[in-house]
Design a protein around this ligand. Structure first.
Ligand code: ADP
Ligand code: ZN
Length: 436
């Protein structure tokens, strides 16, 4: 397999040189942070009065964590480290949980952000001749615009389609012979389920790759999208606070996501004790951004659960990789005292060929107990008039789920297209317990 790089020097840099670069950039980040209202008070309390108080990368552990709540409380400019007039771009998080938070970039920050995003798409084998249909939402959300810039920087023809309007998406895919799509995994599945309705014949399309991200999804969902569309699907992870997509991307080997470590320092911590964990162990991802002067963020707690993959990737990049996200620390459900991640449920059902492209998890109160309902769409072929077949399928799903999560759910089978779809991030869980 031929490996292409955007910036081979930095992508294959030795660990020693990379760590020296990280330290230098961390110092710059800390000196920027000291200029902000937020860190200007916090860092000196920890004995960090200037960047020179940092002697080695290990000193990072003496710096305080930053949380989403800190960002909210600093809204709008409490973390701004440059004069407002130097800011050329702002973004806000989509607010999946709570009120939005904002980030700022100078022109140099934006160029650095675009550069690493270009590295990410090149790592998947994208070329300047590709036609890139960007189905992520454009707007305050980083997901759409940031990858747009990275793709354009490579020289791809970018179609800023944004999300929604399925009919128009298909039409553009056909008319412009789109070769790469960027979308949420749930939208890729949904789009495929509507192909026949819009009279689209896969032979009319030229699709080769999809970049999917913005929401948790299992390896089985990736495989399902690959199988349905006959393409390569790459996982992309990012968050607005850290400039959005481009931060972690799979390369052609599709074996976990490289994090550009000259731009980010990653740590995995135990979310309860806050102690750092060694490579390979699962915990909460904590990130420090190194290439943003306008708004430094130090040891930001992402609340996302994952692990660092030890060892080097076959592509030759020395930047370490992150495993697929297990979910967020705050999306764990406690059902009758048992901890359940929605990703565990997805993993089980998406492995079953009869299960279609959409599902919904509902948790309700049933007297003193909790009731877990898993609603799944099933494929057109599996939707038969034979109630015995349907009953058997339902029982099999119940048994597989019970074996995995130890709780016996109620399973409901629905026709394809019957469950609600959302344009942005999919809403897979309805916890109706709080409302009662
Ligand atoms: P919000 O916190 O408002 O949803 P963002 O729109 O920035 O803000 O979303 C970032 C979050 O989306 C991440 O912290 C993570 O939980 C989730 N996410 C993004 N990409 C992926 C991915 N590839 N796999 C799993 N989760 C993802
Ligand atoms: Zn690789």
């Amino acid at each position: 397999m031929e490996i292409k790089y955007w910036d081979q020097d930095i992508e294959t840099i030795s660990r020693d040189r990379l760590e020296a670069l990280q330290l230098e950039r961390l110092k710059k980040t800390v000196s920027q942070a000291l200029k902000t209202d937020f860190y200007g008070g916090k860092l000196p309390e920890r004995g960090i009065k200037s960047a020179d108080d940092l002697k080695s990368l290990d000193d990072l552990r003496n710096l305080p964590f930053t949380t989403k709540n800190d960002l909210r409380e600093s809204y709008p400019y409490g973390m701004l480290a440059v004069d407002r007039s130097e800011v050329v771009r702002m973004h806000a998080s989509s607010g999946t949980t709570g009120t939005p938070t904002t980030i700022y970039l100078t022109a140099d920050d934006l160029a650095a952000c675009t550069d690493i995003t270009t590295r990410s798409v090149v790592a998947t084998g994208a070329e300047s001749g590709d036609v890139f249909q960007n189905m992520m939402t454009y707007g305050l959300f980083t997901g759409g615009i940031v990858l747009h810039y990275g793709a354009e920087n490579l020289g791809m023809m970018v179609i800023p389609a944004s999300s929604g309007n399925t009919e128009r998406q298909f039409r553009m895919m056909k008319d412009f012979q789109t070769s790469i799509i960027h979308a949420t995994p749930s939208y890729m599945l949904y789009l495929h389920s509507r192909m026949a309705d819009f009279g689209i014949d896969p032979a009319q399309l030229n699709l080769k790759k999809a970049y999917v991200g913005a929401e948790p999804h299992s390896e089985d969902v990736r495989r399902k999208i690959e199988r349905l569309w006959g393409i390569d699907v790459y996982n992309s992870y990012g968050l607005s606070e850290m400039n959005g997509p481009g931060l972690a991307f799979e390369c052609v080997h599709k074996d976990a996501m490289h994090v550009w470590e000259d731009a980010y320092i990653m740590e995995i911590i135990n979310p309860d004790t806050l102690e750092p964990l060694p490579d390979g162990e699962e915990g909460e991802l904590v990130l420090t951004i190194l290439h943003r002067d306008a708004m430094p963020l130090i040891r930001y707690r992402t609340r996302d659960l994952t692990r660092i993959i030890p060892g080097q990737c076959a592509c030759g990049r020395t930047h370490r990789r992150l495993a697929r996200m297990k979910g967020r620390t705050d999306d764990m459900l406690i059902i009758n005292g048992v901890n359940v991640f929605p990703s565990q449920i997805e993993e089980v059902i998406m492995r079953m060929p009869e299960v279609g492209t959409n599902y919904l998890i509902v948790v309700q109160k049933a007297g003193p107990l909790d009731k877990l309902i898993v609603k799944t769409e099933i494929t057109r072929e599996s939707m038969t008039d034979d109630t015995r077949d349907l009953y058997n399928l339902k029982q099999r799903i119940v048994e597989h789920l019970r074996a995995s999560i130890t709780i016996k759910p109620v399973v409901e089978l629905h026709e394809q297209g019957a469950l609600p779809v959302s344009e942005g991030k999919a809403k897979r869980v309805l916890d109706e317990r709080e409302e009662n």
